[in-house]
Ligand binder design. Structure first.
Ligand SMILES: [Zn+2]
Length: 257
């Protein structure tokens, strides 16, 4: 991930609120397309110029060729608000974050956690995030639905990791159960990505609990009931189970690792 400062300069008289509106619109569009990461963007105003500090999956994430139709329209909206096209200054690499995947993988998966702000689509070769704008748009010109799914998955993960409220159990059910709403939506998005990219795309099903290690090792695929989904060696040191027809990968219960 890269840290970047984007500057927006007014070229004629405008109001702060019109400028703010146009800038926020562009930031939302970039976020919905995976071109900028995170949820909150600090935008400051000084001497007729707005500055936003942004996290990018790659150095060239804001290049015009990656823009969605919405982002392109939002850029036009800047002109209407009397703002010049944004100017970028790369501040450096985020030392705490992953790089992005650079090669087309053999397979890929939908995987996130509450500490990851990067793309929820990961390479199956090395688990590196694949910037969403590099994938064909999943719905309505960008990846809004995928980002919404990620945000909700992370919220559930945060609740269950904190283990401090009764919401923990409802959250865990969303992460672990193939009957849950989060599973259904994520699994459908996974299918959409596989269809568009022609790359086998799996859904990561979180697993915790269980009554014994033996039972956990013999755990069948929760979707089709097959016991043939256990792998001899875990994939990426993490996924002990993979059901090809169901397109699900899962870990050995965290209670037994
Ligand atoms: Zn299965």
């Amino acid at each position: 991930m890269f840290v970047c400062e984007v500057r927006f300069e007014c070229f004629a008289d405008t109001t702060i609120s019109a400028a703010q509106h146009a800038i926020n619109h562009l930031l939302e569009a970039w976020r919905a397309n995976g071109q900028i990461l995170g949820r909150e963007f600090a935008v400051s105003f000084h001497d007729g110029e707005f500055k936003a500090r942004l996290m990018l999956p790659a150095q060239d994430s804001l290049a015009n060729r990656h823009n969605s139709p919405w982002a392109k329209a939002a850029l036009k909206g800047l002109t209407d608000a009397k703002i010049l096209p944004p100017r970028e200054k790369l501040l450096g690499q985020d030392i705490n974050a992953n790089e992005s995947a650079t090669h087309t993988p053999e397979w890929q998966l939908l995987y996130t956690s509450y500490v990851h702000m990067c793309s929820p689509v990961r390479s199956g070769d090395n688990l590196l995030p694949i910037p969403l704008y590099k994938l064909p748009a999943t719905f309505n010109g960008d990846h809004k639905q995928l980002i919404r799914w990620q945000t909700e998955w992370q919220a559930c993960d945060e609740l269950q990791m904190a283990s401090a409220t009764k919401a923990e159990f409802a959250a865990l059910d969303e992460l672990c159960n193939v009957g849950s709403d989060l599973f259904r939506r994520g699994w459908d998005l996974r299918g959409r990505i596989e269809y568009l990219t022609k790359i086998p795309t799996y859904y990561y099903l979180y697993r915790v609990g269980g009554s014994s290690l033996q039972d956990e090792l013999a755990r069948p695929c929760p979707r089709c009931g097959s016991t043939g989904w256990r792998l001899d060696e875990p994939l990426l040191d993490m996924f002990h189970f993979r059901c090809e027809p169901c397109r699900i990968v899962s870990n050995l219960s965290w209670d037994y690792q």
